[in-house]
Design a protein around this ligand. Structure first.
Ligand code: ATP
Ligand code: MG
Length: 370
């Protein structure tokens, strides 16, 4: 069932041919790198990867793990999200879990069998992991697991919202163990493709600066739709040229915002409302800092955030949409990124607004202050 059947009004997946092609190129080559998919919030990262998974040829087996909204504070929580217990069905009947999993994969050709479910294990093995409390065991187990699958098919491991475990300490930082595990699967053993998704640009910045990952990763930006794509997307739904231009000028290229624009029964009002809402949100953040102050933590040290510096930083976008990272105050940048107002691309070394709406809202706020 697709979404258009499920709901009376909705918009189907659009385009992304270039990005899909790029990911397919990666998938056709020997696994060599950890692939980080990053981009502004709501740019369509998860949707793109989900759509791609659903249409992959049969020789791939995808394990999709989404860490969003999972509260992971202990070792057990992490294990629970990584694995999916297979109590009944095929795992129960056969003692050797690998053989059974492989048999199922090869016989049905099911590609997305485990999508959203994590990595299948039986209950007793999962309990062993809980008891042992050693994540070495888990990662060793997983390496063997993927090695076995790789004899028959190409495994693809997708971890969405990786920043959720960015600070998790389990015998030291879990993320480092995970990175080493990913390096093992890709650069060293070449057995499994690894994709990590995140819209947290501060997290990606940390990853990018990480010494153990140097030369071992590829970064793929999934940005909001560009001007041409926005217009083609709207054209498909018979939106007039004039309204296409208005959408580009005022809303920008977030697919969901554009979909709501298409579905709106008063498009001008929709835009007015969106800008008004975003303005109120940003003004409230600024007011908060002005009245009560705030701080931002960088490597265990907190730095105060100044209302004046925030405004100065915003003024840098009065006439231009992008700034080189060096032109922007770093504390203000991190603060505004953490509040989802700015998006920082550390790979391409620039800073811009999270969306066109943010840009227009900020410009209006600055105008009102004069
Ligand atoms: N290519 C597309 N065509 C049509 N709609 C899309 C497309 N990509 C995304 N959307 C719409 O935008 C919404 C947000 O997309 P998605 O959740 O994939 O973004 P994201 O970048 O993963 O967000 P986050 O930053 O929260 O992780 C989707 O629910 C879908 O409605
Ligand atoms: Mg997402």
């Amino acid at each position: 069932m697709n979404t258009t059947e499920k709901f009376e009004y909705d918009i189907e997946f659009f385009n992304r041919e270039k990005e899909k092609e790029e990911i397919m190129r990666i998938l056709r080559a020997k696994p060599n790198f950890i692939n980080f998919i990053y981009g502004p919030i709501n740019s369509g990262k998860t949707t793109l990867i989900t759509n791609l998974i659903e249409n992959l040829p049969e020789n791939y087996v995808v394990f999709y793990v989404n860490l969003r909204r999972k509260s992971i504070i202990r070792y057990e929580d992490f294990i629970r999200v990584l694995f999916a217990i297979e109590e009944g069905g095929f795992l129960k009947k056969i003692k050797n879990i690998f053989t059974k999993v492989l048999k199922h994969i090869t016989s049905t050709g099911e590609k997305t069998l485990y999508k959203s479910h994590g990595i299948p294990v039986d209950k007793s093995l999962l309990e062993t992991f809980f008891k042992e409390k050693s994540n070495e065991d888990v990662f060793n187990y997983l390496v063997e697991y993927f090695k076995n699958i790789a004899k028959h098919k190409t495994p693809v491991l997708v971890i969405d919202e990786l920043q959720m475990i960015g600070d998790l300490e389990i015998d030291g930082k879990l993320i480092y163990k995970l990175f080493n595990f990913f390096i093992g699967l890709t650069k060293e053993l070449h057995i499994c493709h690894v994709f990590a998704l995140s819209s947290d640009s501060l997290f990606i910045e940390r990853v990018y600066a990480e010494a153990i990952l140097q030369g071992r990763c590829k970064y793929l930006l999934i940005d909001d739709f560009d001007e041409q794509t926005i217009k083609r997307f709207l054209e498909k739904y018979k939106i007039s040229k004039e309204e296409q231009k208005i959408a580009y000028d005022y809303l920008g290229g977030k697919p969901r915002t554009l979909a709501d624009y298409i579905l709106s029964n008063d498009r001008n009002k929709y835009i007015e409302q969106m800008i008004l809402e975003r303005k109120s949100e940003i003004k409230s953040i600024l007011r908060d800092v002005r009245e009560f102050g705030d701080e931002i933590k960088v490597r265990d040290t907190t730095f105060p955030v100044s209302h004046e510096v925030l405004l100065e930083t915003m003024k840098k976008f009065k006439d231009v949409e992008r700034r080189n990272s060096d032109e922007i105050n770093e504390t203000a940048k991190r603060y505004l990124v953490s509040k989802n107002i700015l998006f920082a691309d550390c790979v391409k070394d620039y800073v811009k607004q999270q969306s066109k709406l943010d840009l227009l809202a900020i410009r209006e706020i600055l105008k009102e202050m004069k």
